[in-house]
Design a protein around this ligand. Structure first.
Ligand code: ZN
Ligand code: MN
Length: 158
């Protein structure tokens, strides 16, 4: 509940009203480690708020982001994922099934950027996306390959 309380306070500070829809999104994000997309958040609330529009959900997420309550992960081209954990950490996604996991390895903050970059930018943050194939997907793939590699009995007879 700390997250929701925090967000209520942050929204009030910014002069934003706590509507039932906003509160529902705070509660949905509270402790959520699933990195939901806006679409998933929308379908998660549709039952309780039949009149809720996708645009409203999107705008609420935008306000939460502006209040510093979520990270928007642009790890996939097609859709953003939302993470209420705004601490420094990175992510890996399976390029086959979209499984997304946290990487809590923060030594990346010690990475020294080239001088010309440091002259031109004052760095305020960074985030690294890793891409790979998860174990379940690579095992499935091996199975599929096994199936095609072994000719079925009598396959050549016809
Ligand atoms: Zn996978
Ligand atoms: Mn995360």
């Amino acid at each position: 509940m700390d997250y929701s309380h925090n967000m209520i306070r942050k929204f009030r500070e910014r002069g934003l009203k706590i509507t039932p829809q906003r509160l529902a999104i705070f509660n949905l994000l509270d402790g959520n480690t699933g990195h939901p997309t806006a679409e998933e958040i929308y379908s998660g609330l549709k039952k309780d708020f039949p009149n809720l529009s996708f645009t409203t959900v999107y705008n609420i997420l935008k306000s939460i982001k502006e209040a510093g309550g979520i990270q928007e992960l642009l790890i996939e081209r097609e859709r953003a994922h939302y993470d209420p954990d705004v601490s420094l950490h990175h992510h890996i996604i399976c390029t086959r099934c979209g499984k997304l996991r946290d990487i809590f390895y923060t030594n990346t903050s010690e990475m020294r950027l080239p001088d010309d970059i440091l002259k031109e930018f004052s760095v305020t943050g960074h985030q690294i996306h890793f891409y790979g194939v998860c174990r379940a997907c690579s095992e499935n793939e091996e199975e599929e390959e096994g199936k095609t590699a072994v000719p079925r009995e009598g396959a050549n007879a016809n």
